[in-house]
Design a protein around this ligand. Structure first.
Ligand code: AMP
Length: 216
């Protein structure tokens, strides 16, 4: 695809992309966005700087905005909020950058993203989730703390992103990631990004992804 306008996206998202100055997709975006929009699992070997963030932000916003009415009903019915997309990333700095990309592109979709990380005010994070933020961008530690204290539910997550998966494993997050995965429905979509594909990364893929499309 040469241009974001060639993708099967809603007019709102196309207009938000163009307003944010994004015209031509990068290679990882061209290859990952179409299968992700079809609901497929995707594995991308991609470093920071390749545009990998937009490669998952765009399909998440598209799928949740088309499901907005159902989402609003679910939020009203639950004291845990209605988290529909979860992005796990190794550091607070990366979580903030991903959140900024959502903020730039979510305009007038009515969707909200929240950062769930240690070292930040947890009351504000919980209030945002209960108030209807359907997209959670989290580091594994704080999220598992919320799960252990039964403050958040992940059973409604439709799309999980594992961002910089190799780095999360290097940081010793494997048990935490497994615990988080165990709270989610197996029917979800998983988008997997890693700069390297060492054996620990491959084993996570084999166990948790379904017939994934591979993007280099
Ligand atoms: P990332 O690899 O996701 O961290 O993105 C690296 C940088 O590239 C960020 O500053 C993005 O805003 C920028 N970027 C991502 N996709 C595009 C695009 N399609 N056109 C222009 N800039 C982009």
């Amino acid at each position: 695809m040469n241009n974001f306008s060639d993708f099967k996206l809603s007019p709102v998202l196309k207009s938000n992309l163009s307003r944010a100055g994004f015209v031509k997709p990068t290679p990882v975006q061209s290859e990952a966005i179409p299968p992700a929009l079809e609901g497929r699992d995707v594995i991308a070997t991609a470093q920071t700087g390749t545009g990998k963030t937009l490669a998952f932000v765009v399909p998440i916003l598209e799928s949740l905005s088309s499901d907005k009415a159902r989402l609003d009903a679910a939020i009203q019915a639950s004291v845990y909020g209605a988290v529909r997309a979860l992005i796990l990333t190794p550091t607070r700095e990366l979580a903030m950058q991903i959140h900024e990309t959502f903020a730039k592109l979510q305009g007038s979709t009515g969707l909200q993203a929240v950062v769930v990380c240690g070292g930040m005010n947890e009351t504000r994070q919980l209030r945002a989730i209960r108030g209807g933020a359907s997209i959670v961008v989290a580091t594994p530690g704080r999220l598992v703390d919320f799960l252990d204290r039964k403050l958040v539910k992940l059973s409604g997550v439709k799309t999980l992103v594992l961002d910089e998966a190799d780095r999360m494993l290097d940081m010793g997050f494997l048990p935490t990631i497994k615990r988080i995965l165990s709270e989610m429905s197996e029917a979800r979509q998983t988008l997997f990004f890693s700069a390297t594909m060492e054996s620990s990364v491959k084993s996570l893929i084999t166990t948790h992804l379904k017939n994934p499309v591979r993007v280099a």
